[in-house]
Design a protein around this ligand. Sequence first.
Ligand code: ATP
Ligand code: MG
Length: 598
Amino acid sequence: MTVIHKTAQDWRVTPNLVDYEKTCATFDWAAAPNLCAEMGPGLCNIAYAAVDRHAHGPTASRTALRFVSESDGDTGLSVRGLSYGELGLLARKFTDVLRSLDVHKGDRVFTLLGRCPELYVAILGALRNGSVVSPLFSAFGPEPVATRLSIGEADVLITTKAQYRKKIAGIRDQLPSLRHVFVIDDHDDDSGAQTMGFWPRMDAAGDDAPIEPTTADDPALLHFTSGTTGTPKGALHVHGAVTMHYVTGRYALDLHEDDVYWCTADPGWVTGMSYGVIAPLLHGVTSIVDEGDFDAERWYRILESQGVTVWYTAPTAIRMLIKAGAELAAGSRFPRLRFVASVGEPLNAEAVWWGKRVLGLPIHDNWWQTETGGIMIANTPAFDIKPGSMGRPLPGVHATIVHRRDDGAVEVIDTPGVEGELALKPGWPSMFRGYLHQEERYRKTFADGLYLTGDMAKRDDDGRFWFVGRADDVIKSAGHLIGPFEVENALTDHPAVAEAAVIGVPDPTVGEVVKAFVTLKDGYQPDDALQRDLMAHARKRLGAAVAPKTIAFADSLPHTRSGKIMRRLLKARELGLPEGDTSTIETTGSASATAVTR
Ligand code: ATP
Ligand code: MG
């Protein structure tokens, strides 16, 4: 096992988490900082902690959000900033706008916007109002948008004229709960219209709307899961989650107040909300918001020219940068970059090493889900990395491996190296409070006081967790359980392979056999010689029982719009079965633009 060792020389600043054992042993959620203390006893609101709290202190004049526009042309990147004070003022105004329209606590406010200033203002203003915010990814087609607005019983939507015309106008009469639609690019008088201008209302609004006195248990956010394993679920989160966002921003992302931080995830996904909007504001850092889509050259330029210090991205994005070739990065220098983390999918060992070679820093994998609301297991700056491992549970998080028994109970597996389902002991503050309209399904995720994640993993003897695969994707072959990640990890270690996805195909003799789909890096040809070479490489690394029986070359692999490989779709196509819910599929072919923005 090759380990990336860290010493104090690797730190540019002293990490927030240095003594892991001691911090874990003494950690208590009840003793975590109460960022909303000044709201009054028992009160808690995410937006209070994110912006109101900074309104009058030294942070007020600091840049909260630095937007990098899409239209950078040849002249370099065009950038505009919004200070904490300005953001707070705009959020207060939007709270006032909502109240003037009789939108109150518990009402559902949806956004369907790109990563523009209005998105952040709407989210924060609605949270201040006590409304439940549900951000929709702007590249969703009409159907996923309609389904989510309808399931979520949206009262309010903030969008653009074009989005409205394309996705909402035709189905407006099927959304009886939808009372108000704001369009951010309409400046006309809206009397009698189906939509109203966002900015005219903002201009007329008062700027001192008080914050709603919400408590930690009041609902704040409705996030839909990625739909990787089936129909997306609506997970409800509460204001109390803010403590988790703060603590994990501190320990897992190592935020310090002078950081320039870039989370590439779109706020339409939980990562983009928890760590693209909330956590950085809690820590008073400056966030980069890229309004454009993925482009390898541009991304290197942003990292360099904006002086990004902490970068949080996703494996798909990293694999796309790898595919684009190291030469592209050669012209850029990242002297200020000090920490890089990734989430959303298994991070193959090769990607961790690529970071070290090309960015000068290894990539730190971390694991969590829409349901958990915040990072659970992580590689953090002070500690050695075993590439391919997700890291260790953060302070305050208790993770374990279990086997489900037929009677519905679970057996806790204490032996290192044994695979089973990853389970968590509830108690962290951002745990979801329910799947919308799916009470039974929510209940079934718990057994014997544990939350069952649906992911298979194992723990090693120094407490690191290793992802095996989603329970639905694990392959059963000749009595072995084969985790797709192990096979994919071995394949992506081959220099020709850009991305790999592995499924089980039914076989009369052994139950299932392993089939792999691979995409190639630029400059490699999908021919017989390469196929033989890949087979030999996989057998040598994995042994004949685990190595794929078939390796197919693909131009692209199906991804969700949040960047995850949809193995269930590869399997359905392979077996000629119905494709199931494809509402979140990335439709532009390969892992492109929007696929990396989880
Ligand atoms: P759905 O629940 O609708 O099928 P989803 O599970 O992909 O979609 P998310 O909540 O966005 O929706 O993703 C969480 C899942 O992503 C985790 O349960 C896990 O399977 C995967 N994941 C996240 N981070 C990692 C990681 N670091 N390593 C491996 N897998 C990860
Ligand atoms: Mg899931």
